[in-house]
Write a protein of this length. Structure first.
Length: 212
Protein backbone atom coordinates (compact mmCIF):
# COMPACT_ATOMS: atom_id res chain seq x y z
CA UNK A 1 0.00 0.00 0.00
CA UNK A 2 2.77 2.43 0.95
CA UNK A 3 4.71 1.64 -2.21
CA UNK A 4 1.60 2.13 -4.32
CA UNK A 5 0.85 5.43 -2.60
CA UNK A 6 4.41 6.69 -3.09
CA UNK A 7 4.35 5.68 -6.75
CA UNK A 8 1.03 7.45 -7.21
CA UNK A 9 2.41 10.64 -5.65
CA UNK A 10 5.55 10.47 -7.79
CA UNK A 11 3.45 10.02 -10.93
CA UNK A 12 1.26 12.94 -9.95
CA UNK A 13 4.35 15.12 -9.44
CA UNK A 14 5.76 14.08 -12.83
CA UNK A 15 2.37 14.73 -14.44
CA UNK A 16 2.27 18.27 -13.02
CA UNK A 17 5.88 19.01 -13.95
CA UNK A 18 5.52 17.76 -17.52
CA UNK A 19 2.08 19.24 -18.15
CA UNK A 20 0.71 17.98 -21.45
CA UNK A 21 4.09 16.84 -22.75
CA UNK A 22 4.03 13.43 -24.41
CA UNK A 23 7.08 11.41 -23.44
CA UNK A 24 6.94 8.44 -25.85
CA UNK A 25 5.63 7.73 -29.34
CA UNK A 26 4.89 4.02 -29.81
CA UNK A 27 4.21 2.98 -33.41
CA UNK A 28 3.11 -0.40 -34.71
CA UNK A 29 3.82 -0.91 -38.40
CA UNK A 30 1.54 -2.48 -40.96
CA UNK A 31 -0.67 -1.89 -43.99
CA UNK A 32 -4.15 -0.38 -43.66
CA UNK A 33 -7.43 -1.82 -45.00
CA UNK A 34 -9.25 -5.12 -44.51
CA UNK A 35 -7.21 -6.72 -47.27
CA UNK A 36 -4.12 -6.85 -45.06
CA UNK A 37 -5.66 -7.72 -41.69
CA UNK A 38 -3.94 -10.66 -40.04
CA UNK A 39 -1.06 -10.80 -42.51
CA UNK A 40 2.52 -11.35 -41.36
CA UNK A 41 3.50 -7.81 -42.29
CA UNK A 42 0.82 -6.46 -39.90
CA UNK A 43 2.27 -7.93 -36.73
CA UNK A 44 3.20 -4.39 -35.67
CA UNK A 45 -0.48 -3.38 -35.78
CA UNK A 46 -1.41 -6.49 -33.80
CA UNK A 47 1.22 -5.73 -31.16
CA UNK A 48 0.24 -2.10 -30.66
CA UNK A 49 -3.40 -3.21 -30.43
CA UNK A 50 -2.33 -5.57 -27.63
CA UNK A 51 -0.60 -2.65 -25.92
CA UNK A 52 -3.74 -0.50 -26.23
CA UNK A 53 -5.75 -3.29 -24.57
CA UNK A 54 -3.14 -3.62 -21.82
CA UNK A 55 -3.19 0.07 -20.86
CA UNK A 56 -6.93 0.53 -21.48
CA UNK A 57 -7.04 2.93 -24.43
CA UNK A 58 -8.72 2.92 -27.85
CA UNK A 59 -7.61 4.07 -31.29
CA UNK A 60 -10.11 6.86 -31.85
CA UNK A 61 -8.13 9.72 -33.41
CA UNK A 62 -7.22 10.01 -37.07
CA UNK A 63 -4.41 12.50 -37.58
CA UNK A 64 -0.82 12.74 -38.79
CA UNK A 65 -1.58 10.05 -41.42
CA UNK A 66 -2.22 7.58 -38.59
CA UNK A 67 -4.82 6.19 -36.22
CA UNK A 68 -3.78 7.24 -32.73
CA UNK A 69 -4.54 6.65 -29.07
CA UNK A 70 -3.39 8.55 -25.98
CA UNK A 71 -2.62 6.91 -22.66
CA UNK A 72 -0.25 6.39 -19.75
CA UNK A 73 2.38 3.76 -19.13
CA UNK A 74 3.42 4.07 -15.52
CA UNK A 75 4.00 7.78 -15.03
CA UNK A 76 4.64 8.56 -18.67
CA UNK A 77 2.24 9.99 -21.24
CA UNK A 78 2.36 8.06 -24.49
CA UNK A 79 0.91 8.23 -28.00
CA UNK A 80 0.17 4.92 -29.71
CA UNK A 81 0.05 5.08 -33.51
CA UNK A 82 -0.78 2.89 -36.48
CA UNK A 83 0.53 4.71 -39.58
CA UNK A 84 -1.94 4.57 -42.48
CA UNK A 85 0.60 5.40 -45.19
CA UNK A 86 1.26 1.75 -46.06
CA UNK A 87 4.39 0.07 -44.80
CA UNK A 88 6.94 1.51 -47.20
CA UNK A 89 6.05 5.10 -46.24
CA UNK A 90 5.71 4.63 -42.47
CA UNK A 91 8.27 7.37 -41.83
CA UNK A 92 6.00 10.08 -43.27
CA UNK A 93 3.48 9.56 -40.51
CA UNK A 94 6.01 9.09 -37.73
CA UNK A 95 7.84 12.28 -38.66
CA UNK A 96 4.58 14.26 -38.49
CA UNK A 97 3.79 12.80 -35.06
CA UNK A 98 7.25 13.42 -33.58
CA UNK A 99 7.30 16.98 -34.94
CA UNK A 100 3.84 17.77 -33.58
CA UNK A 101 4.53 16.45 -30.06
CA UNK A 102 8.20 17.52 -30.10
CA UNK A 103 9.37 14.04 -29.12
CA UNK A 104 13.00 13.13 -29.73
CA UNK A 105 13.74 9.98 -31.74
CA UNK A 106 15.27 8.42 -28.62
CA UNK A 107 11.73 8.31 -27.19
CA UNK A 108 10.24 6.57 -30.21
CA UNK A 109 9.47 2.83 -29.97
CA UNK A 110 8.59 0.90 -33.13
CA UNK A 111 6.99 -2.56 -33.21
CA UNK A 112 7.30 -4.55 -36.43
CA UNK A 113 7.71 -7.96 -38.09
CA UNK A 114 11.04 -9.69 -38.64
CA UNK A 115 11.65 -12.66 -40.94
CA UNK A 116 15.02 -13.39 -39.34
CA UNK A 117 13.32 -14.52 -36.11
CA UNK A 118 11.24 -17.64 -35.57
CA UNK A 119 7.48 -17.15 -35.30
CA UNK A 120 6.69 -15.50 -31.98
CA UNK A 121 10.30 -14.78 -30.98
CA UNK A 122 11.07 -11.23 -29.77
CA UNK A 123 14.11 -9.01 -30.03
CA UNK A 124 14.35 -5.63 -28.29
CA UNK A 125 16.90 -3.18 -29.65
CA UNK A 126 17.95 0.36 -28.72
CA UNK A 127 18.90 1.31 -32.30
CA UNK A 128 20.19 -0.16 -35.54
CA UNK A 129 19.95 -0.33 -39.30
CA UNK A 130 16.82 -1.17 -41.31
CA UNK A 131 17.99 -4.73 -41.88
CA UNK A 132 16.11 -4.85 -45.17
CA UNK A 133 12.75 -3.82 -43.64
CA UNK A 134 11.19 -1.11 -45.80
CA UNK A 135 9.08 0.36 -43.00
CA UNK A 136 12.14 0.88 -40.82
CA UNK A 137 14.07 2.18 -43.82
CA UNK A 138 11.39 4.85 -44.32
CA UNK A 139 11.46 5.82 -40.63
CA UNK A 140 15.25 6.18 -40.63
CA UNK A 141 15.01 8.32 -43.76
CA UNK A 142 12.35 10.66 -42.36
CA UNK A 143 13.65 10.92 -38.79
CA UNK A 144 17.23 11.26 -40.04
CA UNK A 145 18.56 8.82 -37.45
CA UNK A 146 18.75 5.15 -36.49
CA UNK A 147 18.59 6.09 -32.80
CA UNK A 148 15.07 4.88 -32.00
CA UNK A 149 14.00 1.81 -30.04
CA UNK A 150 12.50 -1.29 -31.62
CA UNK A 151 10.59 -4.38 -30.62
CA UNK A 152 10.91 -6.96 -33.42
CA UNK A 153 8.37 -9.78 -33.58
CA UNK A 154 9.43 -12.90 -35.46
CA UNK A 155 7.30 -14.16 -38.33
CA UNK A 156 9.70 -16.84 -39.58
CA UNK A 157 11.71 -16.99 -42.78
CA UNK A 158 10.03 -17.49 -46.13
CA UNK A 159 10.11 -20.91 -47.80
CA UNK A 160 12.70 -21.42 -50.49
CA UNK A 161 11.72 -20.10 -53.93
CA UNK A 162 8.76 -18.16 -52.50
CA UNK A 163 8.56 -14.44 -53.26
CA UNK A 164 9.22 -12.33 -50.15
CA UNK A 165 6.29 -9.98 -50.82
CA UNK A 166 3.90 -12.91 -51.17
CA UNK A 167 5.19 -14.35 -47.91
CA UNK A 168 4.92 -11.23 -45.72
CA UNK A 169 1.51 -10.40 -47.19
CA UNK A 170 0.30 -13.92 -46.51
CA UNK A 171 -1.43 -15.22 -43.38
CA UNK A 172 -0.18 -17.32 -40.47
CA UNK A 173 -1.07 -20.98 -40.29
CA UNK A 174 -3.60 -22.04 -37.67
CA UNK A 175 -0.87 -23.41 -35.39
CA UNK A 176 1.15 -20.18 -35.74
CA UNK A 177 -1.76 -17.90 -34.86
CA UNK A 178 -1.72 -18.73 -31.14
CA UNK A 179 2.03 -18.14 -30.98
CA UNK A 180 1.76 -14.79 -32.71
CA UNK A 181 -1.11 -13.66 -30.45
CA UNK A 182 1.03 -14.50 -27.42
CA UNK A 183 4.00 -12.73 -29.01
CA UNK A 184 1.92 -9.56 -29.51
CA UNK A 185 1.12 -9.55 -25.78
CA UNK A 186 4.79 -10.13 -24.97
CA UNK A 187 5.68 -7.20 -27.25
CA UNK A 188 3.22 -5.02 -25.32
CA UNK A 189 4.88 -6.10 -22.07
CA UNK A 190 8.29 -5.30 -23.55
CA UNK A 191 7.19 -1.77 -24.45
CA UNK A 192 5.91 -1.19 -20.92
CA UNK A 193 9.22 -2.36 -19.51
CA UNK A 194 11.14 -0.05 -21.85
CA UNK A 195 9.08 2.93 -20.68
CA UNK A 196 9.08 2.08 -16.97
CA UNK A 197 12.46 0.39 -16.43
CA UNK A 198 14.57 1.26 -19.46
CA UNK A 199 15.79 -0.39 -22.63
CA UNK A 200 18.52 -2.44 -20.92
CA UNK A 201 16.03 -4.09 -18.58
CA UNK A 202 13.77 -4.95 -21.50
CA UNK A 203 16.63 -6.39 -23.57
CA UNK A 204 17.86 -8.47 -20.64
CA UNK A 205 14.39 -9.83 -20.00
CA UNK A 206 12.96 -10.45 -23.45
CA UNK A 207 16.06 -11.16 -25.52
CA UNK A 208 17.07 -13.86 -23.07
CA UNK A 209 13.85 -15.83 -23.56
CA UNK A 210 14.51 -19.15 -25.28
CA UNK A 211 12.70 -20.48 -28.29
CA UNK A 212 10.29 -23.32 -27.61
Amino acid sequence: MVTGYVKSMVCRWIFVMNGDKVMYIIAGLGNPSKEYEGTRHNVGFLSVDALADKIGVSFTERKHKAICAKGMIGCEKVILAKPQTFMNNSGESLREITDFYKVDAAHVIVLYDDISLDVGQLRVRAKGSAGGHNGIKSIIQHLGTQEFKRVRVGIGDKPARMDLADYVLGHFSREEQKRIQDAAKDAADAVCMIVEKGIDAAMNSFNAQKKE
